[in-house]
Design a protein around this ligand. Structure first.
Ligand SMILES: Cc1cc2nc3c(=O)[nH]c(=O)nc-3n(C[C@H](O)[C@H](O)[C@H](O)COP(=O)(O)O)c2cc1C
Length: 298
């Protein structure tokens, strides 16, 4: 496929999503349910917020408004980098929140943040393991804080330190999926962190292979470029349990605050339900991967 920035992972991911086509199955179809069961709780939709951060300049406090929108839609909320006071304000909205902690160099600090997320009543915690290095091969430094890649044994230590489900975000290979399972993770996010590396494989391209590795043992989440219910449907059909939506939520958040977020989630959920209805998919677990076809050239 030709475009102006052939290295751009976001563009490659968009092209791949658009290369996936969906057949229809009408006989025996029923009204579908988009209900998501996750970590012992029930949500109305598998459309979740992405682990965003640094939205304090978006309206009064964008992270809190996003949480309010997720709660209003009975959707799972996620939170990325941010201080303890911010997480307290987010969880005080009542939104069921998965807190993603950066791979800080200081493991004691990480353990402290995990314990704090527990005290806040988070739904789960996790780490974006793809944020250890900058593009120059040096350790990344985010807002003055040094990052480090984490070993399997360090991941095990974090996972064993908490009673919360631990999610590893930034899995983009079968190898890391195996390691996440071995570490005891209770979920993975297949993601390239909105193009943290050029020429990154689109998450949905790897999803069927990773789903085979995971084999239903833990939930699989997907993000990067999911902007519509049809995008979500394709991810769910290929083996995801739920999807995260980041940048596509930011515009409605800016314009209409928490109500814009709620509306966007609900609109995407309706579109997902429409695709489920027309593919004879009664619930999220029964979307048949063979409804997906790939355009030639991919
Ligand atoms: C403003 C912004 C802040 C983000 N902050 C974090 C973060 O702190 N931690 C994290 O794991 N991911 C972070 N992300 C990445 C998102 O969670 C997500 O992986 C990425 O944006 C791809 O999803 P999207 O294409 O739907 O935006 C951030 C993304 C954006 C746009």
């Amino acid at each position: 496929m030709e475009h102006q920035k052939p290295w751009d992972s976001d563009q490659i991911t968009r092209d791949y999503l658009d290369a996936l086509l969906v057949e229809m199955r009408h006989v025996d179809a029923v009204m579908p349910s988009t209900r998501l069961e996750l970590y012992g709780e029930t949500f109305d939709t598998p459309i979740m917020m992405a682990a965003l951060s640094h939205l304090h300049n978006v309206r009064d406090n964008g992270m809190v408004e996003m949480a309010m929108g997720a709660r209003a839609a009975n959707a799972v909320n996620w939170a990325g980098m941010g201080d303890e006071a911010e997480l307290e304000a987010i969880t005080a909205t009542g939104a069921r929140t998965i807190k993603i902690i950066k791979p800080y160099a200081d493991n004691d600090y990480i353990l402290g943040r995990i314990a704090h997320a527990e005290r806040c009543g988070a739904l789960a915690v996790g780490m974006d393991i793809d944020h250890a290095f900058g593009g120059n091969g040096q350790y990344d430094v985010v807002l003055g804080q040094e990052m480090r890649p984490k070993s399997l044994s360090e991941l095990k230590e974090f996972i064993q330190a908490t009673r919360l489900p631990f999610v590893i975000k930034g899995v983009l290979s079968e190898q890391d999926a195996y390691k996440a399972l071995e570490a005891g993770a209770k979920g993975i996010v297949i993601s390239h962190h909105h193009g943290i590396m050029n020429y990154a494989v689109p998450p949905l391209y790897l999803l069927p292979k990773i789903a085979k590795v995971v084999n239903g043992q833990i939930p699989i989440f997907v993000d990067c470029g999911i902007v519509s219910g049809m995008d979500a449907f394709k991810a769910l059909a290929l083996g995801a349990d739920a999807v995260c939506v980041g940048r596509a939520i930011m515009e409605p958040l800016r314009k209409n605050g928490w109500e814009g977020v709620r509306e966007k989630i609900q609109k995407m959920t309706e579109e997902l339900a429409g695709a489920m209805a027309r593919t004879c998919s009664r619930d999220l677990k029964s979307i048949d991967p063979t409804v997906i076809h790939q355009r030639k050239g991919w």
